[in-house]
Design a protein around this ligand. Structure first.
Ligand code: NAP
Ligand code: MG
Length: 454
């Protein structure tokens, strides 16, 4: 270890704990243990790996409240959200536990023999996790990676390492072999970069900013290492004039202000058809005023603080010269609080193009279906989006035309462990979750067995 960093409670700005910073040598020692553990793990019967993941899921289920309280403390997530996140980790493990016995290959008709494919694990997978959803995003990598027969090394964000570290203890408590699941704390530039450069880390999963993700992908390319990237977003919430406007307006704050807007799927642009634009804003204003920002330990709280003082300054800088329509409320005091804010924007404005990653939403009008689609696609990103219309044909046309990986019609849902998740354009590469999640942590091997004597 080389020194420590201080973990801060974002709701109070008070220090929680000092955590050690791993060095390159520390990472190398962890990877060496992971290489050994992976050989044993991959050699187990598929049902034994499935059972081990089910045990891990049960241990996580038994610790949902503890993990949730830890996330409230470290990340300022409202307790109800944190409970959902901890339960989701158990569900992702349960879902993944079906994979070891279902990673079937093919038998391909060929001349002169038998041809079969195998889904071989990569070996050790490195998972680099951001601070916005520390537990859930880690699990989208580690659960299917383990299911496919890999070992995992996990680097949490320095701002939010506590729940990942606790999951590391729980993995051991559940009986996973020592070295199979290791959490390495430290900086991205040291630990994360060593995952990229280490020859025995055979795949990297990165979630975070497009800037760092691009750099991680370039490093992986130099090592011919596959990489999954889940990056930023500027997702559109498209409201047509034939929508249920009341429902669209009532649900819009949750779609962008959940987790204080620190969500890559945040619907941070509301595109409203011009004929209902004024009416929609009238309905949105009370919904924003009612959005409850405050102590994350309270069950009634819908939104906590931002993650850090420096992130709050970044978010605030987006309001310089912005046309603010109305704002909700936030507590005074020492936490990194920021009131939900609705701005009126033009398509070329920074607020309509760049990810704020805070509770700020830009509202823009559009004229007709073609214009709405054009505006929805008018950013570098393509992660999520919502389409509000009562016209089925329009719902189908628009959902096919919007260049995003995860869309919902008359809903804002993005994440289910059983459906694929990931972005187009600058929002990323590859998909997580869904039926193929474990297969993405394997390489296909083809073997031909000659049957004809020659
Ligand atoms: P970031 O810098 O991309 O950090 C994400 C993770 O990558 C952290 O674990 C970080 O470690 C690590 N990292 C940093 N530099 C690295 C490097 N050179 N090589 C390998 N790993 C590295 O994101 P951020 O600074 O926390 O947030 C900045 C912006 O990114 C946000 O405002 C938001 O726009 C976007 N973001 C998007 C998501 C998402 O879910 N798509 C999540 C988080 C952030 P450290 O502990 O050292 O930071
Ligand atoms: Mg950073």
């Amino acid at each position: 270890m080389s020194g420590t960093f201080t973990v801060i409670n974002p709701a109070t700005a008070q220090p929680i704990r000092e955590i050690g910073r791993a060095t390159v040598e520390d990472v190398d020692a962890v990877v060496a243990r992971a290489v050994r553990a992976q050989r044993t793990w991959a050699g187990l019967a598929p049902v034994a790996r499935a059972d081990a993941l089910r045990r891990f899921a049960r241990v996580v289920e038994d610790h949902v409240e503890e993990l949730a309280q830890l996330e409230v403390l470290n990340s300022g997530h409202p307790i109800e959200s944190a409970r959902w996140e901890a339960s989701h980790v158990a569900q992702v493990l349960n879902f993944s536990s079906g994979a070891p016995e279902r990673l079937s290959g093919l038998q391909i008709p060929v001349a002169g023999g038998l041809d079969v494919t195998f889904h071989e694990p990569y070996g050790v997978v490195g998972i680099i996790v951001p601070w916005n959803f520390p537990m859930t995003i880690a699990s989208w990598g580690f659960a299917p990676a383990l299911a496919a027969g890999n070992a995992v090394v996990i680097k949490p964000a320095e701002l939010t390492p506590l729940t990942a570290m606790r999951l590391g203890d729980l993995a051991l408590e559940a009986g996973l072999p020592d070295g199979l699941f290791t959490v390495v704390t430290g900086s991205g530039s040291v630990v994360g970069q060593r995952f990229v450069s280490h020859p025995d880390v055979r795949k990297v999963v990165f979630t975070g900013s497009t800037e760092v993700g691009t750099d991680v992908a370039a490093g992986c390319a130099r090592n011919l290492k596959p990489v999954t990237l889940e990056l930023g977003g500027k997702s559109a919430n498209i409201v047509f004039d034939d929508a249920d406007l009341e429902l669209a307006a009532a649900s819009a704050p949750g779609a962008v202000f959940d987790n204080a807007g620190q969500d890559c799927c945040a619907r941070s642009r509301i595109l409203v058809q011009r004929s209902v634009y004024d009416r929609f804003l009238e309905l949105l204003e009370p919904a924003v005023a009612e959005w409850k920002v405050g102590d994350p330990a309270l069950e009634s709280t819908q939104m906590g603080p931002l993650i850090s003082a420096s992130h709050r300054s970044t978010v605030a800088s987006f309001l310089d010269d912005a046309d603010v329509a109305f704002r909700g409320s936030a507590p005074e005091g020492d936490g990194f609080w920021f009131a939900p804010t609705v701005v009126l924007a033009q398509p070329s404005d920074r607020l309509a193009q760049e990810e704020v990653f805070g509770p700020v939403v830009a509202v823009l009008p559009f004229d007709d279906e073609a214009d709405g689609i054009r505006l929805a696609n008018d950013t570098a990103y393509g992660l999520a989006g919502s389409i509000w219309t009562e016209n089925l044909g329009r719902a189908v046309r628009v959902s096919r035309a919007v260049k995003s990986g995860v869309l919902s019609v008359n809903s804002h849902s993005s994440v289910r462990y059983s459906t694929p998740f990931g972005g187009m354009k600058a929002s990323g590469l590859g998909r997580e979750l869904g039926p193929d999640a474990a297969e993405h942590f394997t390489e296909t091997k083809n073997v031909f067995f000659a049957t004809d004597a020659s």
